[in-house]
Ligand binder design. Sequence first.
Ligand SMILES: Cc1cc2nc3c(=O)[nH]c(=O)nc-3n(C[C@H](O)[C@H](O)[C@H](O)COP(=O)(O)OP(=O)(O)OC[C@H]3O[C@@H](n4cnc5c(N)ncnc54)[C@H](O)[C@@H]3O)c2cc1C
Length: 432
Amino acid sequence: MAGLSAARVLADYFEHVTVLERDILPEDACHRSGTPQSKHVHALLGGGQRALGDPAFEEDLVTAGAVPLRVGLDVRIEMPGYDPFPQRDLGWISYSMSRPLIELAVRQRVAQYANIAVRSRCRVQEFEAAPGGTAVTAVKFENGAGKSQSLRADLIVDASGRGNLTLALLEAIGRTQAQESVIEVDIGYPTATFAIPADMSVDWKGVRTLALAPQRSRGGLMLPLEGNCWILTLGGRHADRPPGDGDGFLAYAQQLRTPTIYNAIKRAERVSEVARFGFPASVWRHFEQIEPFPRGLLPIGDAICRFNPVYGQGMSVAAQEAVLLHQLLRKKAEEADPLAGLAPAFFAGASAVIETPWAVAAVPDFAFPETKGERPPDFERTREFGVALTRLAAHDPDVHKLTAEVQALMKPRSVLRDPDLVERVRTMATAA
Ligand SMILES: Cc1cc2nc3c(=O)[nH]c(=O)nc-3n(C[C@H](O)[C@H](O)[C@H](O)COP(=O)(O)OP(=O)(O)OC[C@H]3O[C@@H](n4cnc5c(N)ncnc54)[C@H](O)[C@@H]3O)c2cc1C
C-alpha cells in the first residue's frame, strides 16, 4: 500500500518509476504470500480514504463491490458503559472491503500511469551506496528468472513493510541504528469470513465489540465485505490466546463481552479457513534522528512505523505519508537540487503524521498492565480525559463527530485541546 501510494506521487516528478515486488501480483482481489495480513479485517479510515483518492476512486471501490458505510450509524460500537454507543450519521461515508480488493483498486490506478512500471517476482536483496555512504545509488534484486540485477535510481523508496533493507544499509555504511519507540501489545488475531444469512435482520452493517479493560482483553470487529460476506476478526492480548480452528473460533466469539457478534454468526456459514496472526509490538523507528541520512533513500509506511492493527491505522498513515511526499516534491522541484534535504523534511512531516495515531493507540494499549513499553508521561490524565470526553461525545453529536474525525485520522488530536472543549470535558468529569 505504501509503495503503490508513493509510486503514484513520484510519477509526477520523475521520468520513470519502477515498483519492484517479490510476489506474483494477482489479476483479481485475492490473497498473496507477501501480505499475510490481507486475510484479516482491513478498515480504511476516512483520513486514508481522502489521501488515497478522489470521488472517482470511491466509485471504483463501490463498482468492485465495496460496501458503503455511513460513519457513526452503520457500525454498532459496543464499549463498556455504552452497549451500543449512540448511533448517529456523522456525515461521511467509508467503504468496507477486503484488503486484496482495496490493494487491487490502488494498483489499477497506478497502472494508468505510463511512466510507472510494476515488476512482479523481483525480490530486492539490498541497496547499494556510493563510496563513503553519503548516498544510495542503486537497488540490487533477484528477478523472476533467479538472476541478480542492479537498478540505478535517483530516489529509492523502501516500502517493503519490514524495513529490513534500510536497516541493513544503515549498518553497512556504519550509521547508528534508528532509536525505536515500542509498545509491546502482544495481540493474537484469528479471522474468519461468513456468508451473511439471507434472513438476517439487524439495524447495523458491522459491529465492534470492545474489551473490558483491564480485566479482559477480548474484542471483535465484524465488517461487511464484497460478495455479501462478513469478515470477523477477534483479538486477545497476552495470556488470552485465540484458537485457530472453527469450533474454537465460535467458542471464543461466544465469550465476547456482548452476544451481538456471536448471535449473528452462530448459524452463518463460514466460507474461509480461520487465519491467525500474531502481532507482538507497535514499533516506531525514529529515522529523523539519523544525521546525515543517506541521500536518495526514503523508508515509508510500515518500514517507519508498524501500528497495532486493532485501530486500523497502517494503510491510512502510509497513504498520508505519500501525500506528504507529494507536497515536499512540489516545493523542492523549484530548487536547484531537489533531493538535497528531502529525507529530513520527509521524516519531520512523517513524525507529525504518525503522532496522532500513535498517541490515540497508546492510551487503550497501556490500559492493560501487561503491556510493556514507555508509557506516555501524562498517561493517567489522558486516560481520565478520554473517559470524560467519551461521555460528552455520547451526549453531544458535534463532539461525537470531532472525536470520530480524530480516530479516523481526518484531524490531528490537537483539536481536542481546544480550551472550550477542555472546559466542557472537565465539567463532565467532575459531574460524574
Ligand atoms: C493483522 C493485521 C491487520 C491489519 N489491519 C489493518 C486495518 O484494518 N487497517 C489498516 O489501515 N491497516 C491495517 N494493517 C496494517 C496494514 O496492513 C499496513 O500498515 C499497510 O499495508 C501498509 O504497509 P506497507 O505498504 O508498508 O507494507 P505492506 O502492505 O505489507 O507491503 C509490503 C510489500 O513489500 C513486498 N516486499 C517485501 N519485501 C520485499 C523485497 N525484499 N523485495 C520486493 N518486495 C518486497 C511485499 O510482498 C509487500 O507487497 C493491518 C496489519 C496487520 C498485520
